[in-house]
Write a protein that binds this ligand. Sequence first.
Ligand code: DX5
Ligand code: ZN
Length: 223
Amino acid sequence: MTKNCKIAASVLAADFTRLGEQIREAEAGGTDFFHLDVMDGHFVPNISFGPMVVQAVSRLTRLFLDVHLMIEKPERYLEAFAHAGANMINVHVETCPDLRSTVRLIKGLNLQAGVAINPETPFEKIKVILGEVDRVLVMSVHPGFGGQHFIADVLPKVVEIVEAATIANPTVQIALDGGVDPETTKLIVQAGGNVLVAGTSVFGVPGGIAAGIAALREAAGLP
Ligand code: DX5
Ligand code: ZN
């Protein structure tokens, strides 16, 4: 298991009227990745953005881009996001009747693959794929909107994944997405999560983006 936590700034919470500036600020402030939330208004009740915005972000930064597809039939759009500059694609287990083949399609595009799991979905649903993915994206809110409260009930599931991963896939990233702030970061790190996906606590803090990232790093015990 990767020891040091990584921070993924979730672009959904950025000010889109100044996207370039915000991306540069987050990069200078020390984010490790950018997380891009794609929502279709079907799997989740909100609509966000598609490959065009991912491509715009890829022109603004050289950092790793992880795309989180909250869409029905994600397999139809994998190639488009690969061309847009994604480095990793996360698909929801709830949208993939044949998860293994979707993960293989992602890998076939030379991208890293992640599986996202909703708060109510048990670990058993992704157990078989644990050995084949680069990341498990544990949703700690109901997907669809930023700025929601962290659902601490998912922490036992994180512990379960961490335990299973020590045998099945010791290098897998275990990410938490939703309601991640300096307070909840402590709980996440304690449970064994090692990627913090954070929108509001990066882009929405009064002190600015760099201060938001610094607070998360401190809470995670990072230098
Ligand atoms: C929610 C998204 C998250 C969102 C997190 O459906 O998957 O990535 O941006 O936002 P915060 O950090 O504000 O909870
Ligand atoms: Zn997300």
